[in-house]
Design a binder for this molecule. Structure first.
Ligand code: ATP
Length: 259
């Protein structure tokens, strides 16, 4: 996937994203990080084809995604969404099957077997027959992931997938994503707020601020205290934890005084 001089503004709003050109390597994990309001979610929506650039284009296999029919696009790009209350009365297995609609016309024609792998990969085997409404937030998150995987996409896009998860579920979700990437070679693109998670799991990072792509690079190239401090406008330290590697710690100025 390529972004070719992409700019974007919401209707009647000033330019948000200006002239972004970048290549998304296939088969990797790319995380987009940056402060609130930087334009990360908007960038992800552009890559998903949910919104169209005001200028420039998003290319998939050299073709503008604006020209790819929606159903065909759904076999290439899946977005893990989280605000779908309309599915509450459905059983988990049926919600997962909705992802298969990228390849079928009717839910009724999709056999249980066809989604068994996706249910298994997201550790939902014991929950498959339960109504979605009876699941916890973290369990639901895995259902949305399974449904997106059922699209059998080349690209999996996730917007802050760990937001409502406790640290146990966060680690579990990250492990599942890593496994999917390594074993099924799905390209993963996500917006992450936890920068340490982003640095640990990603092959590539995009650092975004005020609608601009400030830096792209491998995590090892982005452990830059000054750069991170200027992006997040806060005091940053990078600490080395023996046997675990580098961690980025935000130390507000007033706490520094206490220490
Ligand atoms: N539908 C919309 N209409 C108008 N403005 C919008 C719309 N969606 C987002 N914006 C504005 O665009 C800017 C970027 O929003 P976006 O959600 O892309 O940022 P973000 O980097 O993902 O932020 P956060 O980390 O807070 O989720 C914000 O100023 C936001 O208010």
């Amino acid at each position: 996937m390529d972004l070719n001089q992409v700019s974007y503004h919401y209707p009647q709003q000033p330019t948000l994203l200006s002239n972004i050109s970048a290549k998304i390597p296939t088969g990797g994990i790319l995380s987009i990080i940056g402060p609130n309001g930087a334009g990360k979610s908007t960038l992800l929506k552009l890559m998903a084809g949910i919104i169209q650039p005001s200028a420039g284009e998003v290319l998939l296999d050299g073709r503008s995604i604006a020209t790819i029919p929606r159903k065909q696009l759904a076999t290439k790009i899946a977005v893990v969404s989280q605000q779908n209350d309309i599915f509450d009365d459905m059983k988990v297995i049926d919600v997962v099957k909705t992802g298969r609609l990228a390849h079928h016309n009717l839910l009724a024609t999709i056999a249980d077997d066809e989604v068994a792998n996706y249910i298994h990969a997201t550790h939902l085997d014991l929950l498959a027959q339960r109504p979605l409404s009876s699941l916890s937030g973290g369990q639901r998150q895995r259902v949305w992931l399974a449904s997106a995987l059922a699209q059998d996409p080349e690209y999996l896009l996730l917007d802050e997938p760990t937001t409502y998860l406790d640290i146990h579920y966060q680690a579990e979700l990250m492990a599942i994503l890593k496994q999917l990437n390594e074993q099924k070679h799905i390209s993963i693109i996500m917006v992450l707020h936890d920068i340490n998670q982003a640095f640990k799991i990603s092959h590539q990072l995009w650092l975004v601020k005020q609608g601009r792509l400030i830096k792209t690079g491998r995590p090892a190239e982005c452990y830059d205290r000054q750069l991170l401090a200027s992006i997040f406008e806060t005091n940053i330290q990078i600490v080395d934890v023996p046997n675990y590697g580098k961690y980025i710690v935000e130390i507000p100025d007033d706490e520094k005084k206490i220490i």
